[in-house]
Design a protein around this ligand. Structure first.
Ligand code: MRU
Length: 357
């Protein structure tokens, strides 16, 4: 998608290094960063220079290639794979990508090992881009249906950033929106600010602006009254891990939006590539929920009059804070799962049928 009119993907390999857009600097500064070692990749995931389930999967895949490039010793590669998986626990795409890379590497010790791993990392990213494009094509039908009934702007609420910046391209939740916009359907997006890190305000609104899609940032608690007033036609969110029973783990606050949508009879969709489905865990209580540094709550970052990014304390200095990053939306509140293969009910029968499991 575009930034200042130029097409980008979120991660690519060029001049023997991995390149990423440093998302900790957006929307104020556009900085391309180089990752040269597996440690660089682990750090980029941990400090959220890259974030969003599909993109951290893609970064982990390239991280494995960087590990091979650095030291082609099986012990080093194994240790690196473990460290990559542990760098952020909730999004399943990370483990999915590392496992796929390890499988590709097993039994290979030829001179071509680096080329093979780089090719596989690129393949994982290309596949994600294609899947996200298909999510858009499938989700477009829902937006079209609403538009054909309403004959007026379709108002869509989204939470966090499940846009192209969270994937390789297109995004998950935003892909149907981009497709609708390209088709000339008038859409407007209510963008949840998404405290504490403000991925909605900093990233979703930014990327929608760059594609000239009308959007309005709202405080995280505003969605409920907008739904009661009839100003939300549908919700679409992304997910970090969806269980085969349809329970959805996503950015903290998603569950409350789903409850409000349920109470107001508003369709609540979750968009995801199949790499985000956890076919193993059966009970959502067993999903590891990341607890992040409470500084993300007590401090906010912005740009000052000298164009410098600054962080300031906003809480009483003696107050304690707790920062759970994700929550679970039970399947019963999910209208449907928009995947690369089609739209599934949030149930094991429907998901298994769609993915031939
Ligand atoms: O903590 P983040 O910014 O990595 O959280 C991202 C989200 O919760 C997204 O909604 C999710 O990963 C889906 S991304 C297409």
């Amino acid at each position: 998608m575009r930034i200042e009119g130029k097409e980008y993907r979120t991660i690519w390999y060029e001049d023997n290094v991995v390149k990423i857009i440093d998302q900790t600097k957006l929307p104020h500064k556009f900085v391309i960063k180089e990752l040269k070692t597996v440690k660089d990749a682990i750090n980029a995931i941990k400090v959220m220079e890259v974030r969003g389930a599909p993109l951290i999967g893609g970064t982990a895949a390239y991280g494995m290639a960087l590990a091979v490039k650095e030291n082609n010793d099986p012990e080093f590669i194994k240790k690196s794979s473990k460290e990559l998986i542990q760098s952020r626990p909730t999004a399943i795409n990370l483990k999915w990508a590392v496992d796929r890379m390890m499988k590709k590497l097993s039994g290979i010790n030829s001179d071509q090992i680096l080329d093979i791993t780089l090719k596989e990392a690129k393949e994982i990213c290309n596949e994600d881009e294609k899947f996200c494009e298909n999510i858009g094509i499938n989700g477009l039908k829902i937006i079209e249906e609403i538009y054909n009934k309403k004959k007026d702007t379709v108002n869509i609420l989204t939470h966090c950033n499940a846009g192209w910046l969270a994937t390789i391209n297109w995004g998950t939740a935003t892909s149907p929106i981009y497709h609708a916009h390209k088709k000339g359907i008038p859409v407007h997006v209510w963008v949840d600010e998404t405290r504490p890190r403000n991925q909605g305000a900093n990233l979703t609104s930014y990327e929608l602006n760059e594609e000239e899609i009308p959007n309005t940032i709202i405080a995280d608690n505003t969605g409920g009254i907008l739904m009661q007033r009839g100003e939300v036609d549908m919700c679409i969110v992304g997910t970090d891990r969806t269980l085969s029973n349809g329970d959805v783990c996503n950015k903290i606050g998603t569950y409350l939006k789903a409850l409000a949508a349920h109470d107001n009879n508003i369709p609540f969709y979750v968009a995801l590539p199949s790499s985000t489905i956890d076919w193993d865990i059966k009970d959502s209580k067993n999903i590891p929920i990341e607890e992040r540094n409470s500084e993300e709550l007590s401090h906010v970052e912005g740009i000052d009059e000298n164009n410098e990014i600054k962080k300031v304390l906003i809480y009483p200095s003696k107050s304690k804070a707790m920062n759970l990053a994700f929550d679970i939306t039970p399947a019963k509140y999910v209208t449907g799962l928009i995947t690369e293969k089609g739209i599934s009910e949030a149930s094991s029968e429907s998901l298994k049928k769609l993915f031939n499991k």
